[in-house]
Write a protein that binds this ligand. Structure first.
Ligand code: 3EB
Length: 334
């Protein structure tokens, strides 16, 4: 199968293959309804003329779909895309917070589906939750999310360090915990950034359980090599650098992206190397008022690569910007 990524109305491109799933980004009431699993990222778009933007992953057919355990999913022969949303108010449990419990439940269901469908390898996860930097039960909500996610990885006997998916975790104004994911029949090659401590090794000062993601992953749809770079921010070792300076955070974040691309190229099997300008980027900006500064700073650094800019809260209160990126390359015939 081959994997394609398109955005509309930005590109309007009608690509080959069947829709596997995707996301619609925009802070609007009525989402365009589609037949495939679609994550609604309820956040304002900052650089588009339209009020919403649709991103679709396509695969060579045939595709099958289902709705099980609250997960709307679609799969091809070797890939599965799913979306699950859970309201934490429906997840109250003793000995844990509603959000921690919702996070654990979402991931337990996700792992259950992957097992049942024979697509056990998690490639990329998009996590969105309300008021991510808010505090309740004496713990920041992002840290509660990390606890629940970690518990589900342990419960499913999955690796919590090393072989972990690429991911992002962002805050939106409100709404359910929303998790979209891409999984496959083949494992990813997880990548780490030598400038940064692996997130799954973060010290306890960032929360009782470390986040469960790799800095990037190389994945292998048939005949292709995909690079998924996780949410990347102005972090060196494990510390936030340039607090309060959004332009400097952009420059530092791009340094991290460059390092990850370098790591990707050390492991990549496709003929053509990955490069910053050959990636598609999604930029999350905490303060909408910083969007101009962010875009002016990034433009020469990302050298004209396509950028979707969204207002969202980054998972550390002192981070003002975060960038995630992806590219899909053809593999040379064997
Ligand atoms: C960081 O580097 C920034 O919890 O899944 C980036 C990507 C971040 C993914 C996650 C968090 C996550 O720690 C935050």
């Amino acid at each position: 199968m081959t994997l394609h990524h398109t955005t509309s109305p930005a590109s309007g491109a009608q690509d080959a293959g069947a829709e596997l799933g995707g996301a619609v980004i925009g802070d609007f009431k009525e989402a365009p309804t589609v037949a495939w699993p679609q994550q609604h990222l309820r956040a304002p778009l900052l650089n588009a003329s339209a009020p919403w933007l649709q991103e679709v992953w396509r695969a060579d057919g045939p595709v099958q779909q289902g709705h099980s355990e609250g997960i709307h999913w679609r799969r091809s022969a070797d890939l599965l895309y799913g979306v699950i949303e859970l309201h934490e108010n429906d997840c109250a449990a003793s000995g844990t917070t509603p959000l921690q419990s919702a996070s654990r439940l979402v991931y337990e269901r996700l792992f259950g589906l992957l097992r049942a469908q024979g697509t056990p390898h998690l490639w990329r996860v998009w996590n969105y939750l309300g008021r991510i930097n808010g505090e309740s039960h004496g713990l920041e909500r992002y840290r509660q999310f990390n606890q629940g996610r970690y518990e589900a990885f342990v419960q499913a006997r999955r690796d919590t360090g090393g072989q972990v998916p690429a991911a992002c975790a962002l805050g939106v104004a409100n709404g359910p915990l929303s998790v979209a994911f891409l999984a496959g029949i083949s494992p990813v090659v997880p990548l780490e950034n030598p400038r940064q401590v692996s997130a799954w090794r973060y010290p306890a000062q960032y929360g009782p359980r470390a986040p469960t993601f790799s800095r990037a992953a190389l994945a292998y749809p048939q005949g292709q090599e995909a690079l998924f770079i996780s949410g990347t921010a102005s972090i060196v070792r494990h510390e936030t650098v340039h607090p309060g300076d959004v332009a400097a955070q952009c420059v530092e974040t791009v340094r991290n992206l460059e390092c990850i691309v370098l790591e990707a190229n050390r492991q990549a099997r496709s003929a053509q190397p990955f490069s910053l300008e050959g990636l598609g980027h999604r930029v999350y900006v905490r303060h909408a008022g910083d969007a101009d500064t962010v875009q002016r700073t990034l433009q020469p650094l990302l050298r004209g690569a396509p950028v979707v800019c969204v207002q969202a809260d980054i998972c550390r209160a002192d981070l003002l910007v975060e960038i995630e990126s992806q590219a899909i390359h053809p593999m040379p015939p064997a």
